[in-house]
Write a protein that binds this ligand. Sequence first.
Ligand code: ZN
Ligand code: ZN
Length: 292
Amino acid sequence: MTSTEGLSVRFWGVRGSIASPGREMAGVGGNTSCVEVRAGDTAIVLDAGTGIRALGDQLLRERVPHVSLLLSHLHWDHIQGLPFFLPAWLPSSRLDVVGAPSTASPQIGLRESLSMQMQPPHFPVRLTDMGALLSFRQIESGQEIVIGDVTIMARRLNHPGGVMGYRLEAGGRSVVYATDTEHYACPDPYLVRLAKDADVLIYDAMYTEAEYRGEVGPSKVGWGHSTWEAGVAVADAARVGQLVLFHHDPQRTDREVAALEAQAGIVRPGTIAAREGLSIELAPRARARAAA
Ligand SMILES: [Zn+2]
Ligand SMILES: [Zn+2]
């Protein structure tokens, strides 16, 4: 069936590595990775960084009973909000978690990995205490799954322990989520293919190219992150509509993020930096091929 709904994207957490509150960061927001994608009644959440706490409150206000959570990977800044996601505690809710084990510890499954952050001495209550109907689904690189109105493609990208990039499609529109990914010497061909002709590419722009190469501070090569310059290269190679810079360095102030955004916008007009509260609405578009 072809969805008649487009996609709407809302950012709840846009920082990398660790939450960074503070007056100089407040415009961009200090919460770690969490992006909400809606298509009709389908509610998908990309990552459970600290931004997911406020999203949970909003979902409860809207009485959304069923949420699917796609995890890019299991690093703290992408899962630490989950224990504070109120819908997960309510028996009236259903939460389907989709992701992959870390390549650094493939024997530890998705559910077990998330349980490990919710146990003494680190946390007072356990994952098994959550009242919602929880399910855990492992996804493989190259796999395509359908959740409600949204078709999702997953592709493994470059990051220590592995990371999954996701392409979400509905109503002929598409959004690609590629956080925590390193570009090395050239645009990752797997990501270029995943992002081909996408309307929006959300991309790890934690560093500038000068910071990445060690011209400013220590070299960040091998740390698993990318730059806005590499984001522009991927977006151009994949002929993406709009590039959204994401996973901002926790030390980057509002003023500095705005400066990077302006620089990137000169090289690739229309490029924006993700900020908490930013929404992108993609109205449905007629598909080139008929629905099956
Ligand atoms: Zn991260
Ligand atoms: Zn990471």
